[in-house]
Design a protein around this ligand. Structure first.
Ligand SMILES: [Zn+2]
Length: 80
């Protein structure tokens, strides 16, 4: 699930609870899969075309992947 608004060109990744973006912005819990003129962040099921991912969301997403990898590695190490 993704979040975007027309106030900014980039889009955000949404936390599991869908209340906030990974970078901490509040999301309106509405899925709108068409271009709308709204400054409120709303949900979309597809990443918007021709826009980039918010740098903060990308950073948080990347660090959570690294944490997951580290956890899996320590699990494997413990099992070996
Ligand atoms: Zn963001």
């Amino acid at each position: 699930m993704f979040a975007k608004s027309s106030a900014r060109r980039d889009y955000h990744l949404v936390r599991a609870d869908k209340d906030q973006t990974l970078c901490g912005l509040t999301v309106v819990p509405l899925i709108i899969d068409r271009p709308v003129n709204s400054t409120h962040l709303h949900l979309t099921t597809e990443p918007p075309k021709n826009t980039g991912l918010c740098p903060k969301c990308e950073e948080v997403d990347g660090s959570s992947v690294q944490v997951a990898d580290a956890a899996r590695q320590s699990f494997l190490d413990a099992g070996a």
